[in-house]
Every structure is written in C-alpha cells, then in structure tokens.
Design a protein around this ligand. Structure first.
Ligand code: HEC
Length: 229
C-alpha cells in the first residue's frame, strides 16, 4: 500500500516539479527578451542597449580586413586589374576617410550581411545607421550595394514601361554627370554630414595623400606605411 502511494505521489509530482522547474528556468529568458523589446520600443531618441558593443565589434572586424589586405599587398606583386581591385577594397574598409576616423564605407555595407548594415540592434530599431558623428543618423536603410556598379545610367525603358538604372533607392545618382551612377554616388558619403562627415573634398584628398596605400612601386607592389596620425 505504502509502495502504491509512493508511486502515485512520484508520478503525480514529477511532471508538476518538472513544469515548475522549467517555468523557473524560462522566466529570466522571457523576461530579458521582453526587456530588450521594450527598451527598443522605448528608445525615444536614445541608442539601443547593445549599440556600443556592436559598433566596437564591427569596427574591429573592418580594421582586421584592412590590416590583412595591407599586409598582403606589401608582399604581393599585382597586375593593373589586381591593383585597381585591391585599391577599391582598401578604400571601402578605410575608416580614416571619415571625420573622426572611425567609420569606413563598410560600416554600413559589410560583407557578412550582403553589404548592408551589420548592427542587429539598429536593424531592429532605427533601420538607418549613424555616421562618423555617432548621434547623426541618415534617413534610410543602407542598401546592399553588391550589384550597384551594374546599374546603367538612368533611362526610361519602353519594354518595361518604367525608369531603369541609377543608384540609391530613389535612383537620384542618375549617372548623367559622370556616365556612371556608382561613380557619382561614391562622391557623396565622405562629405555627407550623416555619413563620413568630412567638411569638404580637400580634406578627403589630404587624408588620401597620407594613406598607406597611396603609392605603387614600379614592380606593381602597393607600398604601405603606418598611418602617421
Ligand atoms: C552611415 C551609413 C553609410 C555609409 C558610411 C556609407 N553608406 Fe552607402 N548607403 C547608405 C544608405 C542609407 C544608402 C541608401 C541611400 C538612399 O537611397 O538615399 C546607401 C547607398 C549606397 C549605394 C547605392 C546602392 C544601389 O544599389 O543603388 C552605394 C553604391 C553606396 N551606398 C556606396 C557607398 C560607399 C562607396 C561608401 C563610402 C564612400 C558608402 N556607401 C558609405 C549608407 C551608408
């Protein structure tokens, strides 16, 4: 009889105990998820909670890519095409081309997210990204610019009955001026106050004149030296 009572008690209480235990272990997780959602909803002009850590991680990742590329080019001889490709990469990952030397183009267009923004707390909240001055946000989500260079000069296409080409969500980098939408677009971010924030293009030219990748040797090796500031 005592044995039967024990069995009933055990079979009755074990699931109850399990339910109580799992409720206890789930509570903190649910609570923190709710808090994160709430704090994102309540930002009211503030920064998301994980903002600083995420920014630091992204900047460190991009710095690593830039440093690795500089190391590679100091040891490799490149043909003309290779030089142009590598120069493009070095420019895209160079945070020194922003006013506070903390924001490369890749900050808003990283390889790991298909060349749009990589910061989860921003993708869940503002969607747009801050510039080199971290409290100035642009108005739109960074585009994945993977195929941007294939866009033709903006024109009306009879077959599609619509405008085709240009860069930007609204095609405003039409390409009329330089006959290349991406070339026109790329002139914008370095001096845009909500992006890389340099006061004018002379400052950009100065920064480039100091860049470690500014010179190419006669054998095609890009000469590198550390930043001097
Ligand atoms: C602060 C974030 C930010 C930085 C830094 C930034 N971009 Fe962007 N980029 C954007 C946003 C936002 C858009 C879309 C803007 C729009 O449509 O009005 C965009 C759009 C583009 C496009 C258009 C893509 C398409 O398919 O039409 C290209 C190309 C591009 N960026 C290249 C660059 C380059 C090159 C740099 C550096 C010189 C750079 N971006 C720096 C946020 C950024």
């Amino acid at each position: 009889m005592r044995d039967r009572t024990l069995v009933i008690l055990l079979t009755g209480f074990l699931p109850l105990g399990y339910a109580m235990l799992s409720a206890r272990t789930e509570t903190p997780r649910d609570h923190s998820a709710q808090t994160a959602e709430k704090s994102l909803a309540d930002l009211a002009g503030g920064m998301p909670p994980d903002f600083n850590q995420e920014v630091a991680r992204v900047v460190a990742d991009l710095d690593r890519i830039e440093t690795d590329t500089l190391r590679e080019i100091s040891q490799t001889s490149l043909d003309r095409q290779g030089q142009i490709r590598t120069l493009g990469k070095l420019l895209l990952f160079d945070k020194h081309l922003s006013v506070n030397q903390n924001e490369a183009c890749s900050f808003c267009h990283t390889p790991e997210t298909g060349f749009t923004g990589p910061i989860q707390s921003l993708n869940l909240s503002t969607v747009s990204y801050p510039g080199s001055v971290r409290k100035r946000f642009s108005q739109r989500k960074p585009q994945s610019y993977m195929y941007a260079t294939f866009a033709p000069v903006l024109h009306y296409n009879d077959l599609q009955g619509d405008f085709v080409g240009g860069n930007f969500w609204d095609m405003r980098a039409s390409g009329y001026r330089l006959q290349n939408p991406s070339a026109e677009q790329a002139q914008g971010p370095p001096t845009n106050p909500v992006e890389m924030g340099l006061p004018d293009s002379a400052c950009l030219t100065y920064r480039l004149s100091q860049a470690p990748y500014r010179k190419v040797s006669s054998s095609g090796v890009l000469l590198s030296h550390p930043w001097t500031w």
